[in-house]
Design a protein around this ligand. Structure first.
Ligand code: ARG
Length: 279
């Protein structure tokens, strides 16, 4: 009797461990693919009314279907995404996330799907950078400013690292001036339009889309300050999801759908939105 009890007990313990291990692996038994994003980054992820839309959201939706799951989008601060993926609260981060070595210490990245760069946005009547054709020329001007010169960036982004400086990201930063962090890029651009800051540094395509919706600002779009590439991220060691995501990405690249999705959101012809299922 005692022996039977011990067997039952150890079986229960084993099961408990199995469940815990399963959960730690991103809960693949779930009917959902939960995606961590920050939906204030057009054209990659943003709201249309109460629905989600954007390049990453459409890819996420197709990826979930490909895996036989339903997409569940978790909108959060950009600088919470990696933690959410690390902790298993979300399966995958899809948010125009730039791949870099510092982030690779924390999460695993899929193959890259888009090349991007930081650019600077200033007020429409600001001619400071008009004659610049290289990043060096812009950086020389920025290095000559004092701390009254304020650059707005989104918290936790490569734009912030580039402006403030971050050894891990390989950026010296502009320690002579002031870098302000905002919860979204649009809030920074709004402050620029209102004259509270001097410039905004953000990813190029979002810069163009945000600047279109806020009057009185212009993007110095021909000068790329950095060269970056986006990928999706999963918890370290979640090779099952990483491999599935990579296989799916390859399919999207090979059949031309990736280009189609990206182009449709860039030229405004996209007709796609997503609303989370009730759960
Ligand atoms: N590419 C930049 C980075 O990885 C900015 C991404 C911001 N994405 C967003 N959904 N707000 O840091």
């Amino acid at each position: 009797m005692k022996k039977l009890f011990a067997i039952v007990l150890s079986a229960a313990l084993l099961l408990g461990t199995a469940v815990a291990v399963f959960a730690a692996c991103g809960n693949d038994s779930s009917e959902y693919l939960t995606v961590a994003t920050n939906a204030y980054f057009p054209p990659f992820e943003y709201y249309e009314g109460n629905a989600f839309t954007g390049v990453d959201i459409e890819i996420a939706d197709k990826m979930a279907q490909n895996m036989g799951k339903k997409l569940y989008v978790k909108d959060m601060e950009f600088d919470s995404i990696i933690q959410s993926v690390k902790s298993g609260e979300s399966d995958i981060g899809m948010a125009g996330i730039t791949v870099n070595d510092e982030r690779k210490i924390q999460v695993d990245f899929t193959d890259e799907y888009y090349e991007s760069a930081q650019v600077i946005i200033v007020k429409s009547d600001d001619t400071t950078f008009d004659a610049c054709t290289t990043a060096d020329e812009i950086e020389t001007i920025l290095k000559a400013q004092d701390n009254n010169y304020k650059i707005g960036t989104q918290n936790g982004t490569t734009g912030y690292m580039y402006s403030y400086g971050d050894a891990g990201f390989g950026y010296d930063g502009f320690t002579n001036l002031t870098t302000n962090g905002y919860t979204t890029g649009a809030l920074a651009v709004q402050d620029l339009a209102n004259g509270r800051i001097n410039a905004v540094i953000i990813d190029k395509q979002p810069a163009l889309m945000i600047a279109e919706s806020i009057s009185g600002v212009k993007v110095i779009e021909d000068v790329e300050l950095t060269s970056e590439a986006y990928a999706f991220c999963v918890a370290k060691g979640n090779t099952e999801l990483l491999e599935k995501a990579n296989a799916f990405l390859k399919e999207l690249k090979d059949n031309g759908d990736l280009d189609k999705i990206i182009n449709s959101f860039f030229d405004g012809t996209a007709d796609y939105t997503y609303t989370n299922p009730a759960r």
